[in-house]
Write a protein that binds this ligand. Structure first.
Ligand SMILES: Nc1ncnc2c1ncn2[C@@H]1O[C@H](COP(=O)(O)OP(=O)(O)OP(=O)(O)O)[C@@H](O)[C@H]1O
Length: 283
C-alpha cells in the first residue's frame, strides 16, 4: 500500500441535489427466535438517501445499522413499512445499488482485473468490453499496475480499491456501505476515505454509509442519522453536516464546523451508548 499517496479532495460537479433514490417509510425488521417472541431489531424507521447526498447511519453496537442497510439492499424484507427505490416499491434485490461491505467479496482465484470485470460480465457485457472497462476502473483506483495480481497478493487497502472499482464499474445510483474501512489501519483508512470522496465527487450517486466511527461520519457526510439503543431501535436524531466541500480529510477535524457538528451528534449518540451499556449490564 502506498501510504504516501496524495490525499485527494473532492469537487462537487457531479452532485446534483434533489429527490430521493431510496426512501424507507415506517420500517420494522423482526427476527424469529426459537421458542420466543420475534426480536424486533428496528421499528418506525424513516430514512431517505437523497440524490447526490452522503448519509451516514451511526448508533450503538447491535442497534440495527446493518439491518437497515440490508432492508435498503433488498436482502431483508421489512416486517412492516415500505422501501421505495425511485418511487417504486422494492421487491427483491435492489439492482440500482452497489455494495461495499467490511469483508472482501473478491474471488481468490481470479485476478484483480477479472474480479472487477466480473460485475459487468454477470449483467451480460461482452468479455472484451468488460475487460476494457475494468482496466479503466483499476486505473481510476490507482491499481493499473496490479491488474494481474490475485487478491492474496494485494494489501488490505489494495483489495478495498479493487472492491470499490467492482462496485462503481456499474455506475450504481445508490451505494450501500457497511463499515467498509473498519479492518484497515488508520493511515490506510484515511487514504481510502479520501479516495472514496474523490471518486464519489466525480461519479455522483447517493451514499448510505454505516459506521461505528463518529469521526468518519462527520468528516465524510452531508447527513447523519443516529439510531437509538435496541431493541426496536428508532431514529434518535438527524443532523446536517454543513462543512464545505471539497473536504481535505487531513485538516477537516481542525475546523470549527467539524467540532461543532461532532459535539452535537455525540451528545445524542452518547445517550444511546449509555442506554446500551446499561441494558447489557443488566441482561
Ligand atoms: N438473522 C438474525 N437473527 C436474529 N437476530 C438478528 C439477526 N440479524 C441481526 N440480529 C439482531 O438484530 C440486532 C441488530 O443487528 P445489526 O447487525 O443490524 O446491528 P448493528 O447495529 O449493525 O451491529 P454492530 O454495531 O455490532 O455492527 C442485533 O441485536 C442482532 O443480534
Amino acid at each position: 500500500m502506498n501510504v504516501s499517496a496524495p490525499i485527494m479532495g473532492e469537487g462537487s460537479a457531479a452532485r446534483e441535489p434533489g429527490g430521493s433514490v431510496l426512501t424507507m417509510k415506517d420500517c420494522e425488521a423482526r427476527f424469529e427466535q426459537p421458542g420466543q417472541e420475534p426480536y424486533v431489531a428496528v421499528r418506525g424507521i424513516d430514512l431517505a438517501a437523497d440524490v447526490g447526498t452522503f448519509t451516514s447511519v451511526v448508533g450503538p453496537t447491535g442497534c440495527g445499522k446493518s439491518t437497515i442497510l440490508n432492508m435498503a439492499a433488498g436482502l431483508l424484507k421489512p416486517a412492516s413499512g415500505a422501501v421505495d427505490v425511485n418511487g417504486q416499491r422494492l421487491r427483491g434485490i435492489n439492482t440500482t445499488a452497489g455494495y461495499l461491505f467490511q469483508q472482501d467479496a473478491l474471488l481468490p482465484w481470479k485476478s484483480a482485473l477479472d474480479n472487477v470485470a466480473l460485475a459487468l460480465r454477470y449483467s451480460g457485457t461482452p468479455r472484451r468490453a468488460a475487460r476494457n472497462k475494468a482496466i479503466d476502473w483499476l486505473d481510476r483506483v490507482g491499481l493499473k499496475h496490479f491488474a494481474d495480481r490475485y487478491p492474496a497478493q494485494l494489501s488490505g487497502g489494495q483489495r478495498r480499491r479493487v472492491a470499490m472499482a467492482q462496485m462503481w464499474i456499474k455506475q450504481p445510483q445508490l451505494i450501500l456501505m457497511d463499515e467498509p474501512f473498519s479492518a484497515l489501519d488508520a493511515q490506510t483508512r484515511l487514504i481510502m476515505q479520501s479516495e472514496l470522496l474523490g471518486l464519489w465527487s466525480t461519479i455522483g450517486g447517493s451514499v448510505l454509509f454505516v459506521t461505528h466511527d463518529l469521526d468518519e461520519a462527520v468528516a465524510m457526510s452531508d447527513e447523519i442519522v443516529v439510531l437509538s439503543a435496541g431493541p426496536a431501535s428508532h431514529v434518535a436524531g438527524r443532523f446536517h453536516v454543513s462543512i464545505d466541500r471539497p473536504r481535505n480529510l487531513l485538516d477537516v477535524k481542525q475546523t470549527e464546523a467539524y467540532r461543532e457538528t461532532y459535539d452535537q451528534v455525540w451528545e445524542c449518540l452518547k445517550a444511546e451508548v449509555i442506554k446500551t451499556q446499561e441494558k447489557n449490564a443488566s441482561a
